[in-house]
Design a protein around this ligand. Structure first.
Ligand SMILES: CC(C)(COP(=O)(O)OP(=O)(O)OC[C@H]1O[C@@H](n2cnc3c(N)ncnc32)[C@H](O)[C@@H]1OP(=O)(O)O)[C@@H](O)C(=O)NCCC(=O)NCCS
Length: 183
């Protein structure tokens, strides 16, 4: 069990060093050590560490995104559009736009020793609640290119698949509609 009072979130910036971290995925482990700081310095992504008793229990990286549809004659983008904006999640435009603003969870990983304790879900709740600023900025969705192993995790946390085109892929685009947040 995690004592959430002891869990703190720290932005990865100059002078901040993550503790040794292993989530079981080599690319995600390497991103934290090799790329995260470069993303920050280049204004390309901001990484947050979840520190617990001097351990790095998890991290996530955020940057701006856009859900893009190509309406040049293909049927599937229209189906995707109607999935996004059905009666429940209306949008006040008659015209179908090509792009809709989003925040991307570019990376999200929990250290092996902390998996299954709810930290991943805690991060998603924090990111969703942080996006109340969507009312000030204009941002409709949260997106993630989810790994196959994590589909169930995102579905349990209210994310949905956008397209059936990627259903046999190992990574699928999933989204969360921020209009669901109570105003
Ligand atoms: C996927 C990951 C982020 C989940 O984090 P976590 O802290 O272990 O997840 P939680 O404890 O918050 O789990 C929330 C729910 O999702 C389920 N879940 C979590 N990981 C799951 C998985 N791999 N497969 C199926 N269900 C999973 C949990 O059983 C739990 O369900 P419950 O509420 O019914 O008990 C973590 O396992 C991880 O870092 N994996 C390796 C890297 C990765 O795949 N990152 C995602 C990249 S898109």
């Amino acid at each position: 069990m995690i004592d959430y009072d002891l869990l703190s979130t720290i932005k990865l910036e100059s002078g901040v060093n993550p503790a040794p971290f292993d989530c079981g995925d080599a690319d995600l482990n390497a991103f934290l050590v090799e790329d995260a700081m470069n993303y920050y310095e280049d204004f390309m992504g901001v990484t947050y560490l979840l520190e617990y008793k001097q351990r790095t229990a998890a991290y996530y990286c955020l940057f701006m995104d856009k859900i893009v549809f190509d309406f040049s004659g293909k049927d599937d983008p229209k189906r995707q559009w109607w999935k996004l904006f059905n009666k429940k999640n209306k949008i006040h435009f008659n015209k179908q736009r090509k792009g809709y603003p989003a925040l991307k969870i570019g990376r999200l990983a929990v250290d092996d020793e902390f998996k299954g304790c709810g930290i991943g879900s805690y991060i998603l709740k924090v990111v969703i609640s942080m996006m109340t600023v969507a009312r000030d900025l204009g941002c409709r969705f949260i997106t993630v290119d989810a790994y196959k192993e994590a589909f169930a995790f995102y579905l349990k946390n209210g994310f949905e698949f956008l397209s059936s085109e990627d259903e046999t892929d190992n990574t699928r685009l999933m989204y969360y509609d921020l209009k669901r947040i109570p105003q």
